[in-house]
Design a protein around this ligand. Structure first.
Ligand code: HEC
Length: 245
């Protein structure tokens, strides 16, 4: 009896631990974000931000424009006019035009490929990171980041968010950021900016695992099939039992 209990406990642990590992990120001061991968509008807005503001430095070289357009239901004309700045043909991968040597010279590091970042860092991390930039005159780019101190990336969306300064608490030895103060307004208010970053994070989660959308689609039809099947089985059961009663 005890050994069965032990086995069950072991199985339960094995089942649960990958889920815990996958959630990752350590949870340190991260803002959690609610994402909806079946919201195609959100994914399209995120894609628009991504190709306009991120693809100039970062590649997403596992993704083809064509596949993105198909998955997110973007027509060929919109794709060509609004989303394809760094490529000639829809079949091309989402690579970056900047030469790695130039990037290294300008930023000190080569901006990493963002294809899998949503998996390595987690959605909450990305959502928090893109909302944690602040103005810092001592940094080479003029920007710093509360989640990623001394980051080499400038705040590329500062026109949307505006400029913020950080407030520090240095009373306990370690310097701690206690809050931000808006010093110049952006084009967006806080809620609109958060919402734009939510869409962008949503897109990056899709980017890291495009097959998820396919799985959702299949899952939907599997549910429909199960419902029909249950109905059919029930009808059959009634048919069989009719003669017996
Ligand atoms: C001007 C060039 C540039 C642009 C544009 C840019 N980044 Fe970056 N980004 C960088 C650099 C450089 C780093 C590496 C930072 C470091 O290691 O200090 C980086 C790092 C990152 C990281 C951290 C990756 C990791 O796992 O460490 C994320 C996430 C990221 N960028 C997202 C974005 C997104 C989203 C956009 C578009 C809104 C964007 N970046 C636009 C230069 C850029």
């Amino acid at each position: 009896m005890i050994s069965i209990m032990k086995k069950l406990a072991l199985i339960a642990t094995l089942l649960v631990s990958p889920a815990l590992l996958a959630s990752g990120g350590g949870g340190k001061n991260l803002d959690s974000v609610y994402l909806n991968l079946s919201d195609k509008g959100s994914l399209r807005r995120g894609a628009h931000t991504f190709v306009n503001y991120c693809l100039s430095c970062h590649a997403a070289s596992y993704m083809r424009y064509e596949r993105m357009a198909q998955d997110l239901e973007i027509d060929a004309q919109t794709l060509r006019e609004n989303l394809m700045f760094a490529a000639e043909k829809p079949g091309e991968l989402m690579t970056v035009n900047m030469a790695p040597e130039d990037a290294k010279r300008w930023f000190g590091v080569v901006p990493p490929d963002l294809s899998l970042t949503a998996r390595s860092r987690g959605a909450d991390w990305i959502y928090t990171y893109l909302r944690s930039f602040y103005w810092d005159e001592s940094s080479p780019t003029g920007w710093n980041n509360a989640l990623f101190p001394n980051v080499a990336m400038p705040h590329v969306l500062y026109q949307w968010q505006g400029m913020r300064e950080a407030h520090f608490d240095e009373s306990h030895g370690a310097v701690k950021i206690t809050g931000f103060e808006q010093i110049a307004p952006g084009e967006m208010g806080e809620a609109a900016y958060d919402s734009a970053i939510r869409d962008l994070t949503n897109f990056m989660v899709y980017l890291a695992e495009p097959a998820k959308l396919v799985r959702y689609r299949i899952g939907f039809w599997v549910m429909i099939f199960m419902l029909l099947f249950v109905g059919l089985t029930y009808a059959l059961k009634k048919e069989y039992w009719r003669d017996i009663h």
